[in-house]
Design a protein around this ligand. Sequence first.
Ligand SMILES: Cc1ncc(COP(=O)(O)O)c(C=O)c1O
Length: 469
Amino acid sequence: MDQHSAPLLAIAQHYLDVDDAPFYMPAHKRGQSIDRELRILMGANVFRLDLPELPDLEEPIAIAEELAADAYGSDRAWFLTNGSTCGVQAMLLAICQEGDKILIGRNCHKAAIAGLVLSGAKPIYLPTDYLPEFDLDLGVSSQTLELFLHQHPDAKAVMLVSPNYFGVCGDLQKMAAIAHSFEVLLLVDAAHGAHLGFHPDLPISALQAGADLVVQSTHKMSGSLTQSSILHLQGDRVNAAQIDRTLELLRSTSPNLLLMISLDVARRQMATQGKALLSETLRLSREVRSQLSQIPKLRTFSQREVPNLDETRLTVMVNQLGITGFEVDQYFHEQLNVMAEMPTLTQLVFSFSIGNTQTDCDRLIAAFQKLDNQECGASRHTLDCLVIPHSQLTPRQAYFAKSIRVNLDQAIGRISVESLCPYPPGIPLVCIGEEITGEVVEILQAILRAGGVVNGASDRSLETILVIE
Ligand SMILES: Cc1ncc(COP(=O)(O)O)c(C=O)c1O
C-alpha cells in the first residue's frame, strides 16, 4: 500500500473548505457557537474539523485502518478513540466468557482488571520476575509462562504487558511460540509499544513476535493525539467478527475525528520516516544515559544489563542519593520544569520519543547535575518484589459482592472490592477480589508518605477501604 498517503488527512483538508449549513451534531456547529476564548486559544480549524461520523467518512476510515494494518504488520486494525483501555477490555471480552481461565501477567494495567470484571473471566495471575539491583519489574518470563501453561492447559488465552512501563519487553517471540504450542492465544497489551518494529535497535514488536491480538497506545509512543490507540489482529486464531461485535459494546458511537486523523498521520510518519526519527530518539536517550551515569550515585541501565529493553525509556535510580523518586520529581517539576513520566520510591522513568529535542535533553542533564549539589534528605527506600496476594473470587464476583468500609489497617486478611494502583504505572498492588496483605498495606502507606498517588480507592486518603462484607 502507499504509506505516503493519509486518507483521513485528505478528507480533513476537503472538509475544511466545505461551506455547509450544519444541522448535524456536535452542537457548536463547526465552531460557530464555540466559546470565543477557546477558539482564539485553539484555532478555528480544530472546531471546523470536529465532525460526526458523516457517511463519506466511512471509506477513508476503512482505508486508513487498512494502511495501519499494513504498516504495523497485522491483518486487521481498528482505530480506537478511547485509548488502549478500550482495546485491552475488548481483547478480554472478545476472548473470554464467564468463568473462562486466562493467564495474565500480574503487572497488568487496571484496564485489564476492568476487562476481567466485564467478561467474568477467572484470572490466573502470572508472577513477574524482579531485578532488585534496579528495583525493576522484568515482566513474565518464558519459564513462568510455560510452567503455568502446564498447570492450566485449559486456559483460553495468555495476556502479557510488553513493553512494561520501564521499557522491558521480554522474549515475546519465545512466549508466543510457547502459548501457541499449547494452542492458547497470546494477547499483548503493547500500550507502550507503538514505535516498536520501526527501528532495528529496538526490540521487535508484539506483532512481529507472533501475538494474536495486540493493542498499542499510538498516543503514548508514536505521534497521535491523547486517547487514540489501535487494536490489531494477526492470523486466523481469532475471528475478526468477534472483535467487531465486542467493539460495538465498548466504543462510543461518536468517535472523535481529530483523534482518527492523528492516528492516520502518525502511521504515515512511522511508516515513511520512522527509522530516521527513531535513530535520533535513540541517540538522544543514549547520550543522556551516558552523561547521567557519570554523575556520582546515579545509576541507569541499558540493553547490556536488561535484554530486550526499549532504550527510548530511561530509568534513573536515585535511591543512592538518599532521596525518593517522588521527591526528585517534585523538585524537577516545581523548580526546573523538567517533567518525568513516572516517579517511584527509588527511580524516575523518562519517556523519550520522536518529539524530544537536544534542548530537552540538555535540561534533563542539567537538572540532575543541580540535584547532585543539593542537600538531600536521609530517607532511603527499596521496594521488594510483591508476593501476589491470594485471590478467592473472580474480579467480577468481587465487583458485584456486598461490601463494607473498614480502616486500612483492619483490612488485612479481607478481600478487596477495589483495585489500588500507584499511578503511574497503574499496575494494581491489590486487585479487586484479592486478599489485602500486611505487605500491601505497608507499601501503600510508604507510597502515600513519599508523596505518590494511589488510584482506584473510593477514599482518596486511603484511611479506609471497601472490602467484602
Ligand atoms: C500497560 C498499559 N496498558 C494500558 C494502558 C491504558 O492505555 P490508554 O491510556 O491508552 O487508555 C496504559 C496506560 O498507561 C498502560 O500503561
